[in-house]
Every structure is written in structure tokens, then in C-alpha cells.
Design a protein around this ligand. Structure first.
Ligand code: FAE
Length: 528
């Protein structure tokens, strides 16, 4: 974090534009390379550009999360959310809306650039991280490498041997992936909830598997022993972790700033991209203050532009650029091929003797792996519900092989995009999750929980997702390496490249693909 603080102080040169570009503002800040966003794809781009000696500017719409609030902590916990929790809201919008049908979970808050956003479309809302580090600040840290055969199915033009031999190992090592000590897992009260879910899966004849994480399990054991401050064991996760988690600001982005070639501007949202006559890119970005007011509109120029705003951020920028005519040569695939990674959340009620424990770690470490079941492939993460009391709920985030895809369209009224995803498309994920969990309930004589997702007794939360994927799919909107078709020196490096589904939690895949893109681009495109 010290690296981030010192590098954030670095300035940027203002250069005058030539008169040929008189229609544009008379001054821009320019850099050879600009990266939009600071999540996984963006962080990889920034580091590799910086290491190549290319001066690079990162534009991130969220905050740099390094300053403690009045409670001495940078982030707030899920148990006591305040303004730091969510992106400009008057009330939190947690995924679990209720407990015993009561609205005990959400709180009124003051609008502020908080770390978690929930972006609403007509029939789907998407959770994303906001801040330096993007989704890594708010996610559960599950660092899963996809099944090789499914990766090959989703990316038929990508060399899987190279991915599994070079880029996945590189991504895992850079991200600091580690695994829980199985002996500690079996003995600690903090994973009783996982062992209870595993027992239910075992009784059904289903396979469970440990999943690695970027949370430091050594730190977690010290939390349990009382020798480190509690973060994962202190109900911290979706609104940020104050310690323990290797989010991108501690890995890729810290290294990127360490090269001395990378600068990050925060609270700056790029809203338009165009191309100048000389082929360089011109960006328009709104700088906001902590109340959300636009205090300055800036213009940036660059030769190389890397889009890492995430599946919905990048896709919105490119759809708008195509439809408003600022990048008219973008092809028709831009905006399409979007999916939820088949996400559905649900809870089961355990028998009174099958306790889940009042103390639960917020970091998931196990999944039920039924992906090999060709008639109903599902991978279900065993999720925590850490509310500090015994509640007998087993919670899951199911990743189903839902083949449905949707497209984004430009809405000139709002200058935003609409997502064509429908409730019927979510119903496909629900039906797959239900088939698996009906089996589990039947084998264990248990039932679903009806009280967790609002007052409507909804069992399957199918109206939000954590894993937005696609919109600028590799090989369709881009070439086989993320170079955007129709333009040179324009690249996508984030979750937009993944065609709607990858079968497991996606950030390791996004990171590895970005490593592959950067290796190719730096070898072929940036020579003088
Ligand atoms: P992402 O990390 O979303 O970063 C995009 C960044 O760009 C953000 O910081 C934005 O603020 C910024 N941005 C967007 N538009 C603009 C703009 N116009 N101007 C300036 N900045 C902009 O993109 N995945 C896993 O693999 N394991 C997990 O355990 C897991 N748990 C999750 C839990 C939660 C609650 C959530 C929300 C997600 C979870 N995910 C998990 C998903 C994972 O975080 C997500 O796939 C990645 O963060 C996506 O990486 P990208 O690089 O695509």
C-alpha cells in the first residue's frame, strides 16, 4: 500500500494539442498507454506495460482504499455497513435481503463512493467492485482454475497447453493463491458450516472439492488464535477486507506502481472514447468528488488503449462508442455474448442437529462439483452466512452451465446501455440448480429456506449475479488476443472476453487471459 500512496502522488504532463485538432479541448493529458479500470485485466495490463518501460496511466472511477475512517478501519464489515459499503446509495443492497423474512440486513447510508456497486438492468443486476483493485476488493477470493476441457470448449481458438502450462500458473503465482490446511479445516469451528454442507453432499453421493483462495490462510489461522486482527473471521468480505486478503492493490498494482512507469488516477470515470486524425485515442473522463458531483471533465490522449473496466464497464464504453459514431468501425459482436456464469444463490435448512456454527469465516474453501454430470452440470460454492449466531442455513452460490446469452444495446435517452437478459433466461439457471439441490434435500430430508431473498418467499436468487462475463468476446469482438476488431492499438483485457460462462469463479481465468494478451501485444505491437 505504501507503493500505492507514493506513486499516486506522481504527476502527469499536460501537452498542447496541435491546431489540426482544434475541435477538441485545447489541452489534454497524454500518456503512451492508458488503462481504463483497475480490476484483474487492467492490473495485469498496467504491470506488464510498466515493466516494458511504457509510461502508463490507469483511470479508475472508484477510490483508492487506503485511508482509515473514524473507526480506524479502511473498510466496514457486513454486520455494520456504513457509507463505505456501497457506491452512492441511500440504503445498502446486500445480496441476502432478509433473514426470517425480516429486513435485518440492509441499513440506511449516506451516498458516497463505497466499494461495492449493484448495477441494475431490466431483469438482472450485477454486483461489481469499485476502487483501485476492482472486484478483488469485494470478492470471496476463490481462485479456481477452470476444468481444462470446459476452457477448451469456451475458447476453441486458444492454445490450452500454453494456457495451462504458462498463463494459469503465472496468474496463480502473481495473485498469491494458497490453500487451506486440511487438518485445520477439519478442526476449526470457523468452517463447521462447510463441513455440514459437505456431509449433505456426501449423503447424496456428490463430489466435493477444496478450492484455493487469495486470502492468506496463515493470517486466518492467526485470526483464529487471536494473534491477528479478525477480517475473514470478523464478518468482512463484500464491503472489503481490512487484512488477510491479497487484493490487487497488494499484488499486481503494487508491482505496477513499483516499476515507476505507472500512475493511477482515481474517482475518474471514462465516458467517451474517440480517435484523433493521427490514430491516437482521445478519452473524455468525469472526475467526481466524494459526493458524486462532477468537478472536472478531462480529456486524455494515448497511443495504446487497454480496456479493463470489467464485463459491463468495458462493454458499455464500446457499445456507446459504436452507436454514437465515435468508433464507428467496431463490429456487431461488440455488446453480445453476455452471460451470468449461470449464477444462482440459494439456502437450505439443516436439521437442528446439523449445526453450521455461529462463527463462520467469510472465505469459501469448498465446492460441490457436479460439472461432470452431462445432463445437469453444476459447480456450487459452499458460501458462508456469518451473522454471529447459529441459524442452521447452508448457503450456496451455484454456477450452472446455462447456455443463455444476452446483448447490450445503446439507450440514447440515458446515454447508457440496456441489457436484454430476461427472467426466462435466469429460469434456466434456476432449473439446473434446483435439480441438484432437490437431490441433496431429498437425500437429507431437508428443505429450502424461503426467508432469505426478500418478502416474496423467493428460494432461488436469480435476479443478481457476481460473475458478469462477456460483451466483447475473444475471437468475435476482438481477435484471438483481445485486439479489438476494426481498430489498431485498442485492446480488451477483462471479463468481457469470456463468452458468458467458464464453469467456476472467473478471476483466475480473466487474469491468465490478460497475461496471454499482454505477452503477445508487447512482443508484436509496441515495437518502435
Ligand atoms: P473488475 O474487477 O470488475 O474491474 C473493473 C474496474 O473498472 C472497476 O474497478 C471499475 O470501478 C472500473 N471501471 C469500470 N468502468 C469504468 C470507467 N468507465 N471508467 C473508469 N473506471 C471504470 O473487472 N470471482 C472469483 O473468481 N472468485 C470469487 O470468490 C469471487 N467472488 C465474488 C464476490 C462478489 C461479491 C463479487 C461482486 C464478485 C466476485 N467474483 C469472484 C467475481 C470477480 O470479482 C470478477 O469476475 C472480477 O473482478 C472481474 O474482473 P475484471 O478485470 O473483468
Amino acid at each position: 500500500m505504501a507503493a500505492l500512496q507514493s506513486a499516486a502522488a506522481l504527476g502527469f504532463t499536460r501537452v498542447g494539442l496541435q491546431s489540426a485538432r482544434a475541435a477538441e479541448p485545447d489541452a489534454v493529458e497524454s500518456a503512451p498507454a492508458i488503462v481504463i479500470g483497475s480490476g484483474y485485466g487492467a492490473a495485469v495490463a498496467a504491470l506488464r506495460l510498466g515493466q516494458a518501460g511504457i509510461r502508463t496511466l490507469v483511470l479508475e472511477m472508484g477510490r483508492l482504499w487506503n485511508t482509515p475512517g473514524s473507526d480506524g478501519k479502511v473498510f466496514c464489515s457486513t454486520a455494520a455497513p456504513d457509507q463505505r459499503s456501497m457506491w452512492f446509495r441511500t440504503r445498502t443492497e446486500a445480496p441476502l435481503a432478509s433473514f426470517l423474512w425480516l429486513d435485518l440486513v440492509n441499513r440506511d447510508i449516506t451516498p458516497y463512493p463505497g466499494v461495492l456497486d449493484r448495477v441494475h438492468y431490466d431483469a438482472m443486476s450485477v454486483y461489481v467492485g469499485r476502487g483501485v483493485g476492482g472486484g478483488s476488493l469485494v470478492n470471496g477470493g476463490m481462485a479456481v482454475t477452470p476444468l481444462r476441457s470446459y476452457f477448451a470448449e469456451q475458447f476453441p481458438t486458444v492454445d490450452t497447453a500454453e494456457m495451462y502450462g504458462t498463463y494459469f500458473p503465472r496468474a496463480r503465482s502473481m495473485l498469491g493463491v494458497n490453500s487451506i490446511d486440511p487438518a485445520w479445516f477439519e478442526s476449526t469451528e470457523w468452517y463447521q458450516f462447510t463441513r455440514t454442507s459437505r456431509k449433505a453432499a456426501d449423503n447424496t453421493g456428490l463430489k466435493t472439492t477444496f478450492v484455493p483462495n487469495v486470502y492468506d490462510f496463515g493470517h486466518m489461522q492467526r485470526e483464529a488464535a487471536g494473534t491477528a486482527p479478525k477480517s475473514a473471521l470478523g464478518q468482512e468480505v463484500i464491503y472489503g477486507n481490512n487484512s488477510g486478503k491479497l487484493s490487487l492493490d497488494k499484488t499486481y498494482l503494487a508491482s505496477a506502481l513499483g516499476t515507476g512507469n505507472v500512475t493511477i488516477h482515481t474517482l475518474e470515470k471514462v465516458r467517451a472514447i474517440s480517435r484523433a486524425a493521427d490514430g491516437t485515442y482521445v478519452l473524455t473522463a468525469d472526475r467526481i468528488d466524494l459526493t458524486g458531483k462532477v468537478v472536472e471533465t478531462k480529456q486524455y490522449g494515448c497511443t495504446y488503449l487497454f480496456l479493463g473496466g470489467g464485463s459491463i464497464g468495458t462493454t458499455e464504453l464500446l457499445v456507446r462508442a459504436r452507436e454514437t459514431g465515435t468508433l464507428p468501425a467496431l463490429n456487431a459482436s461488440v455488446g453480445s455474448g453476455w452471460g451470468t456464469n449461470g449464477n444462482v444463490m440459494l439456502g437450505r435448512a439443516n436439521h437442528v442437529w446439523d449445526t453450521v456454527g455461529a462463527n463462520q469465516s467469510t472465505m469459501p474453501v469448498m465446492g460441490i462439483d457436479d460439472w461432470a454430470n452431462a445432463s445437469n452440470p453444476v459447480f456450487a460454492e459452499i458460501a458462508p452466512l456469518p451473522i454471529g449466531l447459529e441459524h442452521w442455513v447452508s448457503l450456496y452460490l451455484a454456477i450452472t452451465k446455462n447456455p443463455q446469452r444476452a446483448s447490450f444495446t445503446y439507450d440514447s435517452g440515458s446515454d447508457g446501455v440496456r441489457l436484454g437478459w430476461t427472467a426466462a433466461q435466469s429460469a434456466v439457471s434456476v432449473s439446473m440448480a434446483k435439480k441438484l439441490f432437490d437431490r441433496i434435500n431429498s437425500a437429507n430430508s431437508t428443505i429450502y429456506r424461503y426467508d432469505l431473498f426478500g418478502s416474496s418467499s423467493k428460494v432461488f436468487a436469480d435476479d443478481f449475479c457476481y460473475h458478469p462475463l462477456g460483451g466483447c468476446v475473444l475471437g468475435r469482438a476482438t481477435d484471438n488476443y483481445g485486439r479489438v476488431k476494426g481498430y489498431s492499438k485498442l485492446y480488451v483485457t477483462d471479463g468481457s472476453l469470456v463468452p458468458g460462462s467458464i464453469g467456476v469463479n472467473p478471476f483466475v481465468t480473466i487474469t491468465a487471459l490478460a497475461e496471454r494478451t499482454m505477452a503477445r501485444v508487447l512482443a508484436e505491437d509496441t515495437a518502435p
